[in-house]
Design a protein around this ligand. Structure first.
Ligand SMILES: [Zn+2]
Length: 284
């Protein structure tokens, strides 16, 4: 099948020659560094979503967990489909379903399943009624787990970036990504200093995201990951719709336009960044 061949060629590290029938973005080798492909929103057409992603050059996706109950289905999905890599963690927005014993289970799960990262975890001070101290406790423990297993960590930080930065600095010896970064250049620089990349997706495509777009226009590319956060954070032109990983090609094009370079350059660098952070095999 066409889409499978394209992904395999891309993962073999070969340079793909565009055929006249293909759009330029089809030949890019992209990694969606943050996709919730296991979400129920995809239950009716997950195969089609995966197919469209591969057609758009998005042959690999990092799929972070949100809660302990979702771990088995996430593992099975990633085992069944090539190019899907799970991360396991307890997401702050799902605090009401977490229990302290899930932290111990998380450690066991990581030991057994050897995921590419710990996450999604972090702090969310935007959503009301999520007890901040309980969030802090789960967050700190997961950072310690990531450090102890020498795994990167996938972070969620909403209205909480300064505290997230202070926490990773205090715990130390960490690396990872702050996904859907929306902070200042100063905050981004601190993250880079402490071993973190920033993940960017749909929000970048909106002209009103001036601060973010200014950061992306000049930042060192080695600290950038591309993501969709599917099914959330739809791109400009798709407001209100379910997001999906195939749209990562448009995020890549957006970054390229902001930096006035070719999309292929952005794809090559950000794919290398994701491979390095998550220790993915070069051949996919
Ligand atoms: Zn997420």
């Amino acid at each position: 099948m066409r889409h499978v061949n394209r992904c395999e060629t891309a993962r073999a590290g070969g340079i793909l020659m565009p055929s006249p029938a293909l759009e330029f973005h089809d030949v890019l080798d992209l990694i969606d560094s943050h996709s919730h492909l296991d979400a129920t929103e995809f239950n009716t057409d997950r195969d089609g979503v995966l197919l469209r992603a591969r057609e758009a050059g998005v042959c690999r996706q990092i799929v972070p967990a949100i809660a302990f109950a979702s771990f088995p289905a996430l593992r099975d999905l990633c085992a069944r489909e090539s190019g899907l890599f799970p991360a396991y963690g307890l997401h702050p927005m799902y605090l009401p379903v977490h229990a302290p014993e899930h932290l111990l289970e998380l450690s066991h799960w990581i030991e057994r399943e050897k995921p590419v990262a710990v996450g999604e975890c972090g702090l969310d001070f935007f959503v009301p009624d999520l007890d901040p101290d309980a969030q802090r406790s789960y967050f700190r423990r997961q950072l310690e787990i990531a450090r102890d297993f020498s795994l990167p960590v996938i972070l969620h930080a909403r209205r909480a970036l300064d505290e997230v930065i202070a926490t990773i600095r205090r715990i130390g010896n960490l690396r990872g990504v702050v996904h859907s970064f929306s902070g200042s250049l100063e905050q981004a620089r601190l993250l880079w200093k402490y071993g973190f990349l920033i993940g960017l997706g749909g929000p970048l495509t909106y002209p009103r995201a001036r601060r973010l777009r200014a950061i992306v226009a000049t930042m060192p590319l080695e600290f950038l990951l591309l993501e969709t956060d599917s099914p959330d954070q739809p791109l400009r032109g798709h407001q209100g719709a379910r997001n999906e990983p195939s749209r990562l090609a448009q995020v890549c094009t957006c970054v390229a336009e902001l930096r006035e370079v070719e999309p292929a350059q952005i794809a090559t660098q950000t794919t290398a960044n994701a491979q390095r952070l998550f220790a993915l095999p070069a051949s996919g």
